[in-house]
Design a protein around this ligand. Structure first.
Ligand SMILES: NC(=O)C1=CN([C@@H]2O[C@H](COP(=O)(O)OP(=O)(O)OC[C@H]3O[C@@H](n4cnc5c(N)ncnc54)[C@H](O)[C@@H]3O)[C@@H](O)[C@H]2O)C=CC1
Ligand SMILES: N=C(N)NCCCC(=O)O
Ligand code: NA
Length: 559
């Protein structure tokens, strides 16, 4: 009979510093196996097996409440939503689930903050004053960069290098809107040329009011920042509703707002489900504007809720962006940009250039190189060094993306690489970088947004044909063109029916440049000065400066 016992060992015997802080319970079969060598061997095996757990065990996900009126509060109904780590499939904590009761409280707090002290505390305090808070937030994010990036990776599966880059973008964006807030002061009372000299006109830019900001899970903290930084710079007060699938860093942003002493009620963060917390925010009579990033379907219902109150909205929705590669391109460079456009953010980015259009002359060579290179991408625990592709955000998204691949193959597409879970990863919502060729314009994989690491490839003969294919879509967010011919790049850029064009690259995004799309990708632009205008209401002040009477009505003789 083989006896078995459990041995609890500190992993300090393991040479890797990352694991030495943890202990583990090791099942050992039979006392005869308990030689020091065997135990060491078993520990090393377990370290390999539970490598992920080791990486993840070092970071605690804080337990937070809703952030309303400057305080952490429990949701009125006391409900919480589990936080699932998509790499380990384990629940690593929970977030509060707000309902309309909490949304009411947050809107009330934001409204009071907007009008407190006749607006002098915030909305009318001047951009220079507000900029000090934005800069303080930027500084605090930079100080906490490494921890915030880890939390982001754990929550949404983003490779750690990307998450760290996001945190740089977050602090950069707060800094940028601090600058614009200061410049806003100089733009106030800007004179306007009028055709009648008896009148003088000046333009005032005022905060639009209380804004509802509804954001997705693919860039949890950065998408919140694009909205929060611009809204606060403008003098609005805000209620942020992040995605229920990844809210951890948005709650940390609330903590940072508290740390830097942002006046209470200026930023409120209510986490929760879309139908329970997002919908009441979109339809709330106390909210003056909604800014939304997410799916086209949800954007439609947000817009229809807002339309009941003639509430302005900006919508940043889905996409199915083309990347057109002409046969004069440097193939290797183009292959890398095509991969970056499709696999960065694990393919879960609204601007993904997920439709690759190859000119026939280079198609074979390109696809061969792409297949080899894409198969060599490091797919791993996103916290592992040099990871370049992590898991999809959730089990639901994983199933959805796998179904897209299956339908594509059923419809006749050819699998160049990927299409399945990588062999070395047994848990987590992982899909290997997937390239599908021979895709025809009627196929679902060509028309629908996948939001996963899946690239659909088609070919073309002429520039005209490429443009027709590229623009034949309900979406209009982004597009990329790769060619050594500058004239051609210019023609294609002008012809693409999109809001963002990349020339000889794909995806770079700077907070100075406008971001947003046409058609069913939404309307309005975030980032840059356009992002600030979203949150401003323009007021004209027209003054009669002549000393003459107006003289339109003849004066009655007896006056
Ligand atoms: N364009 C983009 O950046 C994004 C596009 N997507 C697309 O959407 C698909 C589904 O992802 P989801 O996370 O479900 O996106 P979603 O559009 O449903 O969620 C975005 C945000 O809207 C909220 N929301 C949901 N229903 C709402 C409602 N009725 N009223 C107000 N707010 C509501 C959600 O809680 C979340 O905060 C993805 O597979 C992808 O195709 C998802 C995230 C980002
Ligand atoms: N950080 C960069 N480069 N892009 C963010 C785009 C996020 C999105 O709208 O899906
Ligand atoms: Na999550």
């Amino acid at each position: 009979m083989v006896a078995s016992l459990l041995l609890r060992l500190p992993l300090s015997s393991c040479s890797h510093p990352r694991y030495s802080r943890f202990s583990c319970t090791i099942p050992v079969s039979g006392p005869s196996l308990l030689t020091p060598g065997r135990v060491g061997e078993r520990i090393r095996a377990l370290v390999v097996q539970f490598g992920d757990m080791g990486l993840h065990a070092g970071v605690d996900v804080p337990r937070r409440g809703l952030f309303i009126d400057g305080e952490w509060v429990d949701p009125v109904l006391g409900k919480r939503i589990p936080i699932v780590n998509p790499t380990t499939e384990e629940t690593v904590g929970d977030i509060p689930a707000a309902t309309s009761e909490d949304v009411d409280a947050a809107v009330k707090a934001a409204k009071e903050a907007f009008y407190r002290n006749k607006g002098k505390d915030w909305a009318k305090a001047g951009g220079k004053h507000r900029a000090t808070f934005l800069r303080a937030i930027a500084k605090r994010v930079a100080e906490r960069k490494s921890e915030l990036a880890k939390l982001e990776s754990i929550d949404c599966g983003k490779p750690i290098d990307e998450a760290e880059w996001d945190m740089d973008d977050v602090s950069g964006c707060f800094e940028y809107y601090a600058d614009l807030a200061e410049k806003l002061d100089e733009r106030q009372y800007a004179p306007l040329e009028l055709p009648m000299e008896q009148f003088k006109c000046n333009i005032l830019r005022e905060a639009i009011g209380v804004v509802g900001l509804i954001t997705p899970w693919n860039y949890p903290m950065l998408m919140a920042t694009w909205k929060v930084a611009a809204a606060l710079a403008a003098g609005c007060t805000a209620i942020l509703k992040p995605s229920e699938l990844a809210s951890v860093t948005c709650l940390e942003l609330a903590g940072i707002a508290k740390d830097v002493g942002l006046p209470r009620g200026v930023l409120n963060v209510v986490t929760g489900y879309g139908h329970e917390a997002g919908a009441p925010l979109a339809s709330h009579s106390g909210v003056d504007k909604i800014a939304f990033t997410g799916s086209t379907a949800t954007g439609r219902s947000v817009m229809s809720a807002a339309s009941q109150l003639i509430k302005p909205v900006t919508l940043e929705l889905g996409g199915k962006s083309p990347i057109i590669v002409f046969d004069d391109a440097d193939v290797e460079k183009a292959v890398e940009w095509a991969m970056f456009g499709a696999f960065w953010t694990n393919g879960q980015i609204c601007s993904a250039t997920s439709r690759l259009l190859l000119q026939e002359g280079i198609a074979d060579e390109f696809l061969k190189k792409l297949g080899i290179w894409a198969s060599s991408i490091k797919v791993s625990d996103p916290l592992e060094k040099d990871c370049r592709l992590g898991p999809l955000v959730s089990e639901g998204q994983y199933e959805k993306v796998q179904k897209f691949v299956k339908v594509a193959l059923d419809e006749g597409a050819t699998l160049v690489c990927g299409g399945k879970r990588p062999d070395h990863l047994t848990t987590g919502y992982f899909l290997a970088p997937t390239v599908l060729s021979n895709v025809k314009p009627h196929m679902q994989i060509w028309t629908d947004e996948v939001f996963g690491p899946v690239l659909a490839v088609s070919t073309f003969k002429t520039e005209e044909e490429a443009l027709a294919l590229a623009n034949d879509t309900q979406y209009g967010l982004a597009g990329a063109v790769i060619s050594k011919d500058d004239d051609r790049c210019k023609r294609v850029s002008e012809a693409l029916e999109v809001g963002i064009v990349w020339i000889n690259c794909s995806q770079p995004c700077f907070c100075q440049a406008p971001w947003g799309g046409n058609k069913r990708s939404g309307f309005g632009r975030e980032l840059g000065e356009w992002g600030l205008e979203n949150y401003l209401s323009v007021k004209q002040l027209t003054r009669y400066i002549s000393t003459d009477d107006w003289g339109w009505y003849p004066k009655p003789s007896k006056l």
